[in-house]
Write a protein that binds this ligand. Structure first.
Ligand SMILES: Cc1ncc(COP(=O)(O)O)c(C=O)c1O
Length: 329
């Protein structure tokens, strides 16, 4: 038996999800006529108490569209130095939006209002790029699935409103955070101008992310999606998988978190492990005693049918998801 713990993106659609996809009503979405995409967008917007949503091909696309809407060429995005929008989106902030970045260090992928306040550029000094977007990631992937303290988010929101700087959330794994904290999605989303939510991570859909925000924001995002080549036609077949995921796969995320804790507990007893980053959601990051043994350990686990992934020097990542059924007796 093989257990693939490399990422929660490796899930395959279940029979029920496939059934929903194959029977989805379809139309041409560039004409706005795909009923399944429209339903997913309405459902996602409503779930978060926002006016509108836009179905996109990936989390990278939703993040990059949001950045493009919020930021002018020459402007600056402020975010954590290990955030996905900066580290893993191929330089898209510069390439797609002509913007620069101010990178902040911070505990497990998270930044604070105090830091942002310190590093925001002075608006009236022409030497500096204008800080035009604050972007957070919750849960933080490089932080080992760490969850933001909601009070910190509220502090950042207050600051962003005072300074008139929009606040974006890369919520690729937002549902993992909300299931764990039990914070109401509407209350949570009220703190942000735009949210990118991935359907293809822990939620288990094969493709897609939704970008969520005000009507005006989504109107602009729609145009940018077209320019980025992201206008799709009968993509309701994909959206139906995402809608199924939102309707059926949220509360079960608790199971993934439990499985992650079990994996962490087991690893703690291995004499080759130096430390396990405390598990908050579905990501386990193990730090090895001997940094040089990382690739050997990954290979040895693979030979036992357990697939994992390198996560930096001496670090291995294990991610749980709906394809993993552990014996939790
Ligand atoms: C935190 C985070 N944001 C965004 C993305 C991008 O998603 P996608 O692979 O759909 O482009 C990922 C992908 O793993 C991610 O972990």
């Amino acid at each position: 038996m093989e257990v693939d713990l490399r990422s929660d993106t490796v899930t395959k659609p279940t029979k029920e999800m496939l059934e929903a996809m194959f029977t989805a009503p379809l139309g041409d979405d560039v004409f706005g006529e795909d009923p399944s995409i429209n339903e997913l967008q309405d459902f996602a917007a409503k779930l978060f108490g926002k006016e509108a949503a836009l179905f996109c091909s990936s989390g990278t696309q939703t993040n990059q569209i949001a950045i493009n809407v919020h930021v002018q060429p020459g402007g600056e995005v402020i975010c954590h130095e290990e955030s996905h929008i900066y580290k893993y989106e191929g330089g898209g902030i510069a390439k797609n939006s002509g913007a620069s970045v101010r990178l902040l260090q911070g505990n497990r992928g998270r930044i604070t209002k105090e830091q942002i306040d310190k590093w925001i550029n002075p608006e009236h000094d022409v030497h500096f790029p204008l800080t035009q977007l604050i972007s957070l990631e919750d849960t933080a992937n490089r932080g080992g699935g760490a969850i933001y303290d909601f009070n910190e988010i509220k502090n950042i929101r207050k600051f962003s409103l005072d300074r008139n700087i929009p606040l974006h959330l890369d919520g690729a794994r937002l549902m993992n955070a909300l299931v764990e904290t039990k914070i109401n999605p509407v209350e949570y989303a009220s703190q942000f101008d735009s949210i990118s939510l991935c359907l293809s991570k822990g939620l288990g859909a094969p493709v897609g992310s939704v970008l969520i925000g005000s009507k005006e924001f989504i109107r602009k995002a729609h145009r940018v999606r077209k320019v980025f080549g992201g206008g799709m036609r009968q993509a309701g077949i994909l959206a139906a998988g995402g809608l199924f995921a939102l309707k059926n796969n949220i509360s079960r995320l608790n199971k993934d978190h439990l499985h992650a804790k079990l994996i962490a507990d087991t690893l703690c007893n291995c004499n080759w492990i130096k430390e396990i980053i405390p598990v908050e959601t579905n990501i386990v990051v193990a730090i090895l005693k001997n940094e040089n043994h990382r690739d050997y350990v990954i290979e040895a686990l693979k030979e036992k049918g357990i697939k994992t992934i390198a996560f930096g020097p001496g670090m291995i990542r294990f991610v749980t998801h709906l394809g993993i059924r552990l014996n939790t007796r």
